[in-house]
Design a protein around this ligand. Structure first.
Ligand code: SF4
Ligand code: SF4
Length: 319
């Protein structure tokens, strides 16, 4: 089979997904993204390389593990933390903490941690492995569901994403591609016949603001959306509503007008209110969360924004 040796980096596969396109779906999350949005709720998706994650709640303490993770680290980056009361009341234990300055992400400690308190964020896989895993879920794909290939930015691992989409298409599965839109137009042209619906983010209409918020300008993203619309793609546009960053009326109106300009291609516009659920993931990776002072938008504002988008004749809903 031509696909079997095509490899990719992914960090999760989730079944029963109801927020990644129509119906009940299984979502494959690829690792690596050219953008670094300030509000990113999946920081583990940003780097292509694997990273060390640490969930202290799962740590049993070095007494039980006989210092396995401490001893295996070649950099001296696994440190023994202050004694603390065990949650199960069994007495004092000493968990570990990671010196991120020293850690080189060799992942040796994750290899010896039996509870997965230390874990590798991401793994190598092949198109065939992913196909074999997700195709088992076909019976659960209700209400127009199927497979969503998400990220990170799945187009950044084009060979993997393209071959996975192709293989799934051969099996008649409905396929969504969740994309930032930031990739070469030729790649979108190539993958277009295998994607039933693009979940496409428009994060900000002003390129300078877009660069400030995501690390890159928006020109390529907007022109790729126009290219897809002109080539009969189906688009579900996703608009993050982040207080003080993307929620100015001018920006939201320009976004709505841009969606209108894409014509029939836009099947749905989804407004994504900012939320903080990804925040704890930053701690697990030893990263700093930058939007500590931002609160989710209130319901009234979201409702008014929804009505505004609908006022442009768009099929719009809150996510
Ligand atoms: S991190 Fe894992 S190996 Fe290390 S002490 Fe905790 S449970 Fe044991
Ligand atoms: S990933 Fe490697 S360098 Fe980092 S703490 Fe674990 S063993 Fe040490």
């Amino acid at each position: 089979m031509e696909y079997q040796n095509v490899t990719g980096h992914i960090y999760d596969i989730q079944g029963y997904a109801v927020h990644d396109g129509p119906g009940i779906r299984t979502t494959v999350f690829t690792k690596g993204c050219p953008l670094s949005c300030l509000w990113c709720h999946s920081p583990e998706s940003q780097k292509h390389e694997f990273e060390l994650g640490y969930l202290p709640i799962k740590c049993l303490g070095v007494e039980i593990c006989q210092n396995a993770c401490v001893d295996v680290c070649p950099e001296g980056a696994v440190l023994i933390d202050e004694p603390m009361e065990a949650l199960n009341g069994s007495g004092m234990i000493q968990k570990v903490k990671i010196d991120r300055e020293k850690c080189t992400s060799c992942l040796k400690c994750a290899g010896v941690c039996m509870t997965k308190a230390l874990y590798a964020a991401g793994w190598d896989t092949t198109v065939d492995e992913v196909y074999d895993r997700v195709i088992k879920d076909v019976g659960f794909f209700k209400n127009g569901g199927g497979i969503t290939i998400s990220g990170g930015e799945a187009m950044a691992q084009f060979d993997f994403t393209y071959n996975l989409a192709k293989r799934l298409k051969d099996s008649g599965v409905h396929i969504c591609l969740d994309t930032t839109g930031f990739a070469a137009t030729e790649l979108f042209e190539k993958i277009l016949p295998y994607i039933d619906l693009f979940l496409y983010d428009i994060k900000h209409m002003d390129t300078a603001a877009h660069k400030k918020l995501t690390g890159i300008g928006n020109e390529k993203i907007l022109s790729n959306a126009q290219f897809l619309a002109e080539h009969n793609a189906a688009l579900q546009i996703r608009v993050p509503v982040i207080p003080k960053l993307t929620d100015k009326e001018t920006n939201l109106r320009q976004t709505a007008e841009f969606c209108v300009s894409l014509g029939e291609a836009v099947k749905l516009v989804q407004l994504l209110p900012y939320h903080k659920t990804g925040r704890m993931k930053y701690d697990r990776l030893g990263w700093q969360y930058k939007l500590t002072n931002v609160e989710p938008p209130d319901d009234d504002f979201m409702q008014k924004t929804l009505e505004m988008f609908r006022g442009y004749g768009l099929n719009c809903q809150l996510h």
